[in-house]
Design a protein around this ligand. Structure first.
Ligand code: RP5
Length: 168
């Protein structure tokens, strides 16, 4: 066994740096959120925008969220979409740890006592200085389109031509 094989990584965070990241990082607070975010993955795939999806809970794994958010830009991620239901702290916590634009998606969790209003209120009430762009309830597709528009501004992604609109 070579020295490099034997040497353990002192910090897991350095292993993250070795992975080249995609342009869009999608975080969900729970496995139970996965289906709701399928439209975002489909939209990004159709547009040819590289992306990854991780399950990371702001409440159950705050250290993991902090590690992901604080290293995402170094890996090449340019926009983060964070989706959660109930007391949806995930987008806000992610925004606290990164300078990347964060798009929050409030989700209707089957466990929500108020049909997703809890998640909406959690995401739209960020304090000044820590912005999160909140899309519509279960707005996974809109989150992906917004991410594409943000990427297009930096030249990292060429937006397809807008189809001509119907005569006004
Ligand atoms: C939130 O609580 C998650 O984003 C999810 O929408 C909701 C329920 O999570 P599970 O109990 O199904 O894991 O944190």
């Amino acid at each position: 066994m070579s020295r490099s094989e034997a040497a353990p990584q002192p910090f897991a965070i350095f292993e993250e740096f070795q992975d080249e990241g995609p342009l869009v990082g999608i975080l969900i607070g729970s496995e139970s959120d996965r289906d709701a975010m399928d439209p975002a993955l489909e939209e990004l795939s159709e547009r040819g925008i590289s992306h990854e999806l991780r399950v990371l809970s702001a409440h159950r794994d705050p250290r993991g969220v902090a590690e992901y958010a604080s290293t995402a830009a170094l890996r090449g991620v340019r926009v983060i979409i964070a989706a959660a239901g109930m007391a949806a702290a995930l987008p806000g916590v992610v925004a606290a740890y990164t300078e990347l634009p964060v798009i929050g998606v409030p989700l209707t969790s089957s466990k929500s006592a108020v049909g997703g209003l809890d998640a909406i209120l959690a995401i739209v009430q960020m304090p000044p200085g820590v912005p999160v762009a909140c899309v519509s309830l279960n707005g996974a597709k809109n989150a992906a389109i917004l991410a594409a528009k943000i990427l297009a501004q930096g030249g990292a992604y060429q937006s397809p031509p807008v189809p001509p609109t119907a005569a006004l």
